[in-house]
Ligand binder design. Sequence first.
Ligand SMILES: CC(C)(COP(=O)(O)OP(=O)(O)OC[C@H]1O[C@@H](n2cnc3c(N)ncnc32)[C@H](O)[C@@H]1OP(=O)(O)O)[C@@H](O)C(=O)NCCC(=O)NCCS
Length: 164
Amino acid sequence: MSIAKPLIKPEFKILRPNNEKEVIDLYNSLSSESIYYRFRGFFKDFEKYVRSVFSDSRNIVYGAYVDGKLVGVLEAVYLSDGCYEMAIAVRDNYQGKGIGTRLVAYAINDLRRRGAKTLIAYTTPDNYRILAISRKFHGVIKCMYDECTTIFNLQAINVDQFLN
Ligand SMILES: CC(C)(COP(=O)(O)OP(=O)(O)OC[C@H]1O[C@@H](n2cnc3c(N)ncnc32)[C@H](O)[C@@H]1OP(=O)(O)O)[C@@H](O)C(=O)NCCC(=O)NCCS
């Protein structure tokens, strides 16, 4: 007997400064483990962080909603022309259901449409979930000591299979 993974189909949208509170609530809901993986430390000043992301209009924030609730957020932080740094978090009780994969696909699709060429993600070598997702999108992963850097060539990725 095979055990099928329950697949949730979230709705996606680009978040604006008026969504700040929802994003802060999501970060406040995370377990210590998720906070550690997301911020690579026990960071807590989510309000300041979220405000700073929204304060630069070159940054793009993507949200995944299930039944009207924000369950996943991905920030594409502008680094230079055509190049962004990605960071993502999914609420703990929604993890492992395919939402992170789909949110990354949605963000990559949108960034490609905007003409972006490179997306970079930083993580730790024990973050199996984000590394599994990175491989799905053919990210080039290089790990040294306690940090892994993944580089996605946006123009070479086809995300269609993850969006349907
Ligand atoms: C990383 C994160 C965003 C992924 O979102 P998610 O919705 O849980 O991810 P998905 O369900 O789409 O996919 C997770 C993948 O990891 C794989 N995975 C999970 N545990 C694993 C393990 N121990 N070893 C190998 N792969 C593992 C899953 O099998 C799945 O891949 P599959 O669909 O091919 O089976 C989410 O877990 C999260 O918010 N973590 C805390 C914050 C964080 O780590 N952010 C990333 C750094 S910025």
